[in-house]
Design a protein around this ligand. Sequence first.
Ligand SMILES: *Cc1c(COP(=O)(O)O)cnc(C)c1O
Length: 403
Amino acid sequence: MADNTIVDANGFFGEYGGQYVPEPLIPILNELADTYNKFREDPDFRREFEYYLAKYSGRPTPLYLCSNLTKELGGAKIYLKREDLNHLGAHKVNNTIGQILLAKRMGKKKIIAETGAGQHGVATAATAALMGMKCTIYMGEVDVERQKLNVFRMRMMGAEVISAQSGQRTLKEAVDEALSAWVGQAEDTYYLLGSAVGPHPYPVMVRDFQSVIGKEAKQQCLEDEGRLPDVCIACVGGGSNAIGLFADFIDEEGVKLIGVEPSGRSLEPGQHAATLCLGKPGIMHGFNSYMLQDEAGEPAPVYSISAGLDYPSVGPEHSHLKDLGRAEYEHASDSEAIEAFFKLSQSEGIIPALESSHALAHAMKLAPQLGKDKIIVVNLSGRGDKDVGQIEEMISKGELSLP
Ligand SMILES: *Cc1c(COP(=O)(O)O)cnc(C)c1O
């Protein structure tokens, strides 16, 4: 797991992060931070974590050279880190395995989690079933309606799904309700957060569990190319797959790190979720970070074609890396993501998640500008099977045509 290098004892990355939560949550979070510190380097804990990553999720995932796509674009070599080949089809299970093993060490019997698009809910329900824990997932009522199949998957694996009825009835309300439910039952219940966001210690823990992505990619690139990549690219929603890829490269100054946010339909307010590109620092969900805000400083409405990327804040470590200039943050629109979605499907026979398609879209812009001796690693955070229905519907409505 990555070294706890740039976070301080109070959970700040520079000025970002921290614990901006109601009083009763502070001792609960501090207990979690202490337990995590105790186990993060514990050989038994790490052995068990690595065991499930390998045997349950199928790691290591390959680093795959896209020869056809590279040839077509005529520039830098494009490699994909194949997180889509994990159990459940995305990187999210790396984190749920890590946190659920920690919950077990803490003697917890129940898991609660929030989910927006449902992917984190599914990964949590699966790992809770695996570990024999009771599982409750909070999901906004609107999302429950939109993501019926994922709700059914969670229920099939034994989880209870509670629909959040307040406010906009989406992810933000699900988080609010899950956090307040946690306060009353923290004795036997673990809150399993799905991205590198939230109050300390979640951003550090989630990064460490996801850092297996970059560790493997680094090793694999050294084996295949005898050197490190020139550029690493990942999409950014909450920022967990991106920080998981970046973590082991942060100290490698020759490696450029690029996070790609969704610019949706346009850069007008409410039409995108490009938080680092267009937001400003603010506090929500218990931490300080770049945030898209309305005039009153409240979280602004966000939009992306990809349900896994529409979050108005972002992991605090990314805000810090942006201010330091160590990582760059760019954006890709819905239509650029769709173009990349079809391009990878047709050039390599790999259907990417719409989230990951944003990272690919940027790689496709960049590759032709770089020499053939350059190497780009793109984190293919998930597979696109979950998005095929959405794309098919757009085609049948005439909003899109198959290239
Ligand atoms: C959830 C998800 C994301 C976005 O989450 P991050 O925390 O930003 O990584 C990206 N890709 C896929 C496939 C996802 O399921």
